[in-house]
Design a protein around this ligand. Sequence first.
Ligand code: HEC
Length: 432
Amino acid sequence: MIYPLGMIRRLLLAGTCAIATIGMSGPQRAAPSAPTFSKDVAPILYKRCVSCHSESRVAPFTLVGYENARKHAATIASVTSTNFMPPWKANPHYGEFKDIPVLTPQEKSIIAKWAATGAPEGDPKSAPEPPKITPGWRLGQPDMVIAPEKPTKISAEGVDFYRDYLIDPHITKPTWVRAVDFRPSQKGTVHHVIPSLVKKEEAEKCRKIKFDHEDNSWDQRSIEPIETYNTLGFWSTGAPPFESPQGTAFLINPGDCILMDMHYKTTGKPEVEQTQVGLYFSSEPPKDEMNVHVVASDSIYLEPGQRDVRVFALGNKTKHPTTIYAVWPHMHYLGRTFKAWVKYPAGYSKPLVCINDWDPDWQLLYYLKKPLEIPAGSRIYVTGTYDNSAGNPRNPYSPPRVVDAGPSSKDEMLFFELFQVVHKPKDKDKPK
Ligand code: HEC
């Protein structure tokens, strides 16, 4: 059977939650310096939580204002003590990242004390102004909005599923895309979105494949032969808009189409979903083209009952110097750990990203603190471990079955995307 995701989280966090309450000060002891919402807690929530926990944003409830925070005080203390919130899965000591949202031990202890002492408000006059969270597109009106031509029906219950839609942006001249934002139409229905670019000829091939569904979409297996050549950013629950770093942008050529790969999940009630993708164009050609490069393995074969199975993927040697800006680790329900690093031609390695406790719910894109320059001849290494035992509460099969590589969420993947710029020699520098 499939466990609801909330229940899995509680199962996995049960132990740590219990430990986290030990050592919280009792009301009497903490009273003289008890933290209050206005002075101590609101600054943390407004900095780290309300970008998602606001009316118009992705999280299920708002944490703006004292009343909203008070209602959730106990769960806030619990989810912050276990690092479940704010969502961030990468080990902060392996690789270097931009804007790590993890709370400091001091911030966590303030929240824990506040919740344990009755969640007092304090002086409302000293509370900071909540940040302005405007509904709608987060970067203003896009230059172009694309969406599947028909909405998709999601039934109340059942397994999550994928659909692919071909969208023609009707581009008539080479167009540079500097940012991409995503707007699912219903909260909680979209797990992730990958908008890939396909060349004109591949789009033609794709159009000849019979649709699998009445919303004019395909299952992933039907369009496996279609080659994509780049990805226009990426969205998963809680992701900010994708903004290509200064001096870089994606390129769409006339005739090229977007193959929008959507992963939907059920919410307990029937839903109708039609995600919009907003494209922001760059008025000038940028210095460099942003490219998404994939390192993945198809050699996955997990016997029922096997735990801690290691799968390995090795990238080809880079042909040109390359700058890496962001990385996206991806596995499905049996994944437990993920690690990627780069090995330089001189023999030494540098860490990229490591996740010690993989959670398929949080497929985050990790931006590197500083762009990483790697020389030609470097290689990307990726390993993942998988648990196909009955003891894994996320196992989609009960009893466990053989699971091998494949795109559907009941198959497995070891998949790693690098958002990068490849510095090919310009025509004039090329050897004659
Ligand atoms: C990147 C977006 C994002 C940020 C930032 C974020 N949350 Fe959440 N939070 C979510 C989403 C989405 C859910 C619903 C998860 C689900 O049910 O699968 C959630 C759920 C929760 C829950 C309910 C957990 C449960 O099991 O019922 C609490 C409590 C919570 N968040 C508190 C916080 C606090 C406190 C912060 C800041 C310290 C924070 N969140 C930051 C997106 C976010």
